[in-house]
Write a protein that binds this ligand. Sequence first.
Ligand code: MG
Length: 400
Amino acid sequence: MSGPSFNPAPAPRRKRVVLLGATGSIGENTLRVIAAHRDKLELVAIAARANWEKLAAIARQFDVRHVGVFDDAAFGAARANAAAFPAGTQLVGGLSGLTELAQLPAADIVLVAVVGTTGLEPALAALAAGKDLALASKEILVLAGKFVMAAAKQHGAKLLPVDSEHNAVFQCLEGHPTAGVRRIVLTASGGAFRDWPVEQLAHVTPADALKHPNWAMGPKITVDSATLANKGLELIEAQCLFGLAPAQCTAVLHPQSIVHALVEFADGAMLAQLCPPSMTFPIQHALLHPARAPGVDLALDFTRLVSLDFRPVDEGRFPMLRLARETMAAGGAAPAVYNAANEVAVAAFLAGRVPFLAIPRIVGHTLARVKNTEPSSLAEVLAMDCEARAIATAHFSSAR
Ligand code: MG
């Protein structure tokens, strides 16, 4: 039957997204997801550390009117080139600018993908404003897990993990009470050196460490994948995110990066989440949750998939994983210290100042030196972060 339609169903309102960290690899993949689902997602604000030219291009492409630039000099350059942005763009700068965007009244969900601790305040601000928070920055939960979880609970906001392993655990756990979980298993590709003879690891160069077998990512996280510090940080993060005991959070080597995590229940049954190693899958899951829609990248093809291998992690080869386990058992501010010392050590390695095997030595030394306490405020966590950085830096500077 045709004829004039009255009372047409209103188009469902699009989810309005704030993307902090728009120019990095998570940001780029997020833009691919949003571009593919413009009927469901609307980008309302973007921010980055310094690349204002790229921000301007994104703002024009997605018609975004709220733009943040963290770095002072880059913010100045962006303001001097305001004509590069769409007419009427509001430019904000510094940490206060990013925090303002995280609380934008016209936003439903904030994706935090800025590197390091910069995302911490904006993430807490987003939760305080009742926004859903999609988390891609590991440091936020590693440093301030208990504050972030408390804020989400207090303000009734959803926390959606974007990291592929945590997103996988989240998907496996949906509809299952945590009380029935025996353990979770995060998979690790093993990074660039999983098959190298251990004695050769002493001679690894930054260029060697930056060749990741499966994922294309920034230099810091690629080195973290080679040492398995990335998995260590993820175990710490998972413990906090899913409210588990340290012993319930485990890792297994899985070279293909197809299974991202498994959840084992009390009866021994396991659920796994599988998808190709592209960040568009977890990003789309987090942004559209609880809805599903066709993916941006090709799904798995079982006519081509050869095999899925799993093997235990050798902590002798990967001491950063052993240190992470000790860090989780110690609790308090130890995770923040582990993270800070690792950041210092990786930066020194990438700058050619320390050998690859110095990374776990610097982190172990720093963990042993910083007096561990239970931080009662974010300021205390950040103070311990600073102290750990100073101790780690002094250690390798004096060892030279
Ligand atoms: Mg990961």
